[in-house]
Design a binder for this molecule. Sequence first.
Ligand code: AMP
Length: 622
Amino acid sequence: MTFRELNLKDEILSAIEELGYENPMPVQEKTIPFMLEQTADLVALAQTGTGKTAGFGLPVLHLIDASRKQVQALVLSPTRELCIQIANDLKGYAKNIRGMRIVAVYGGEDIRTQLRQLDTAPQIIVATPGRLIDLIERGKVELGAIDFLVLDEADEMLNMGFKEDIETILERTPDTRRTMLFSATMPKEISMIAKRYMKNYEEITVGTKNAGSENVEHIYYVSQARQRYLVLKRIVDLNPDIYGIVFCRTRQETKEVADKLMHDGYSADALHGDLSQAQRDNVMQKFRIRNIQLLVATDVAARGLDVSDLTHVINYNLPDDVEIYTHRSGRTGRANKKGIAVSIIHSKERFKIKDIERMLRKTFIQEQIPNGLDVCKKQLFFMIDRMEHVEVSEEQIETYMPQIMTQLEYLSKEELLKRFVSLEFNRFLSYYKNAEDLNLPERSERGERGERSVRPGGRVRLKMNVGEREGIDPKRLLGIINDVTGDKSINIGSIEVTNKFTFFDVFADQLDAVVSAFAGQSEVEVSEAKGSKSFEGGGSRKPEYRSRGSYGGGESRGGGYRGGDRSSDRAPRSSAGAGGEKPWRNRDLGDRSSRSSSSEGGERRSSGGSSYKGGSSSYKRR
Ligand code: AMP
C-alpha cells in the first residue's frame, strides 16, 4: 500500500515524501483509512516506535481546516519530551499546509513562552495534562471547538497519576469530538476510560495485546542480590557494542550504579529526577548521539526518551509491575531489529519471571552468568574484529611508516600481534584472571527452591543483615517491613534482634513476597535463616518491644503481628520510593531520602501506586 492510496491531501503527501517515508506502517494502514472514512472513535494498542504519531497525525492534519483559527485538535501526552517530539513530528507533516499552527505546552518550562505561542491561534495543541489544565484555568486555552482529541500513551498518563486531569480535560471538550486513544497496554482503567468517554469505538491492535515485541529475546541471570552490579558488568563486558538502558528502581540506585560504571571506565551516565531539566536534556542527547553506550535510568526519567535502535534493555531490578516490564522491553527490538531484554534476578524472584512469561506469552531463557574466560574471549575477538575492519588512512600514516618499519623490523608478525593485543587487553585480562563464578552454587539453588525448613505453625525464619548496632528494634523492623513490602497482610511472628542481625518469622506462603520485596533494594538483605535455632518458648531472647499491634513469641496468628493494625499512615511502597533509602535509620538522622512518589519528571503527580502485592504470588497486573 502507498500513502497516495490512502487519499491524503497533496500537501501531506509531499511532506512525508520529503521525510523519506515510502510506505505506511501497519498502524497507519489501519488508522488512516479508518479516520478518513468512518466516524467512530478509535482505541489503538500500539507501542512507541510503531509509527503511531503519523497514525493519528496524518488523518487529523488531513481533516482539520487550516483556515479556521480555532483549536481543532488536542493531543495529550504523558511527558514533556514526548510532547515536544509529537509537536515536531506534526510540524514536519504539516510543513506544506499553509496556515497550520501547532503548539506544544508542557510542564517544567516557563509558561510565558508558551502563552506567547498560544497567541498565534494554533489549530493543534500538543500538551501534558497538568500544564494544559493550568492554561485552561488561566483562560488561555479554549477547547470548545475541538473536533479531535488524541490520548497518546494513555497507560503512561494513568501510571503518572493524570487520571483526574484527563477526565477534567475530556469533560471540557465537546461531545461531538472524535477521540483516538493510543496505549501500549490495555489495563482495566484504560478500558474504563474508553467506555465512559468514547462512543462506539473501534479497537485495533498492532502486534499482540500486552505482548513485548516479537523481535525481543528475554533472558535472565540469577545471582545473589549483593552481586547484582558484578553481574551487570559481566553482561556489559560480554557485549562490547552494547547500546542500552539499565533500568533501576530508584534515583539513589540509578546514581549509584551509574557512578560505579563510570568509575570503572564504562561509557555510561545517569538519568533520574534529581537532575535539572537541562541536565536531563544533556544526558539524553549524549545517549541519542551515542556518546554514551549505557544509560542508567529510572522508569519515569526514561519516559521521554525515544531511541529506536537499542541493543539491550537491562532490568537491574525487576519492576513491580508487568506493564512496566512490557514498556521497558518494548524499547528494544524496534524497527525490525533484534533486541535483548535482560533481567538480573535473585533466586526468589523466579516466580515473577513465571508471571511475566504468562502475561507476555513468551518464554524467558535463563542464561549462565558469563565467567571471566567467556568475557575475555568475547572482548578479544571484538577487538580483533575492529582491527580487521578499521579504516586505514594511508595518506596520514604514510609519513611515519618507514620509521615504524625500521623500529619493528626484528619482530615477527606473531610477536607484533601479541604486543598490539596486550597493549589494549592486559588490563582486561588481569581484571578477569581470577574472577569468581557469579552463578549460584547448584546446592543453594536447590535449597532455595525446595528444601525450605518450615517451623511448627507453618512459619519460616528470616534473617536481616542489620541489627541493634544499626538501631533496629522490633518496632523499627515492623516499620521497615511495612515500608518495603507495602503489604499490610503480611503477618510477622517472633522477632529476635542481635547486635548484627535481626531474625523474624513469617508464614511460609508469605515468604516469597517478603524476600522478593527486599531483593528489590540494595540496603538491607533478607534471606531465609539457615539452621537458626527456634527461640519460641525456647529460652532465646524474647522480644522486648511492642508496636501498635502486638507481636510476640507465640506461633499463633493471634499472637503474631497483624498487618491491619500496623500504622495506616504509611504509604504503600512505590516503585520509586523503596529501594534507595536506608529504611532502618531514623527519620531524624536525616538520611531518609524523600520516599514519596512525587516529581521525577516535570509534571509527575503520583506513582499510580504500583506495588507488588506480596500476599499472593501474582505479579501486579491491572
Ligand atoms: P512513532 O511510533 O510515531 O514514534 O514513530 C517511530 C519512527 O518511525 C519515527 O522516527 C517516525 O519518523 C518513523 N516513521 C513513522 N511513519 C513512518 C513511515 N511510514 N515510514 C518510515 N518511517 C516512519
